[in-house]
Design a protein around this ligand. Structure first.
Ligand code: FES
Length: 177
């Protein structure tokens, strides 16, 4: 688990990095500890949700249950499985909850487990915001100075072309609690 607290988030909530997005593909969940809370973070078909890991029935670790579907009966003697992957089933007595809302599937107005805000963000960089093309006194670095700084020189009348590896920072799943 790679939870770390970085900074105060919006609405007085604190930002906690859960993991890189690549570690939580669709259909997967991750259970993390944030202070005294245990929270399940879910990727449901590309959308991220977070639920308290506690069942309102008898306080079972709800998020350790099976990610499943809802069963409906369109007609007597028939049943249909819908919303596959959107429902968590309590491991103790089988009650089902909507992962997106925390509401009980069978009694949504009276039973629910708390939800938390989740976002996908690019981690903050160490960039100090300084202009890399400026001298310390703020004036622009002229061509020859720049060549010296980067170890390049003109080849004939062709301007030097340097290439650099560019890495796109991996996005992370972030929890606001
Ligand atoms: S504790 Fe979850 S259904 Fe009973």
């Amino acid at each position: 688990m790679t939870t770390n607290t970085n900074s105060a988030g919006s609405g007085g909530k604190t930002r906690h990095e859960v993991c890189p997005v690549s570690e939580l593909p669709p259909g997967k969940k991750k259970i993390v500890q944030v202070g005294n809370l245990t929270i399940g973070v879910f990727n449901v078909k590309g959308e991220f949700y977070a639920l308290a890991n506690v069942c309102p029935h008898q306080l079972a670790p709800l998020c350790e249950g099976r990610v499943t579907c809802e069963t409906i009966a369109p007609e007597v003697g028939e049943y249909e499985l819908i919303r596959e992957g959107e429902i968590i089933q309590c491991p103790w007595h089988g009650w089902k909850f909507d992962i997106a809302t925390g509401n009980s599937v069978f009694n949504p107005h009276k039973l629910s487990t708390p939800t938390f805000d989740v976002a996908v963000e690019t981690p903050p960089t160490d960039d100090d915001g300084e202009d890399e093309t400026a001298n310390e006194d703020g004036t622009d670095v002229e061509g020859s100075d720049q060549q010296a700084e980067y170890g390049t020189e003109l080849m004939g009348d062709q301007p030097p072309i340097d290439t650099y590896e560019v890495e796109v920072e991996a996005e992370v799943v972030v929890l606001y609690v």
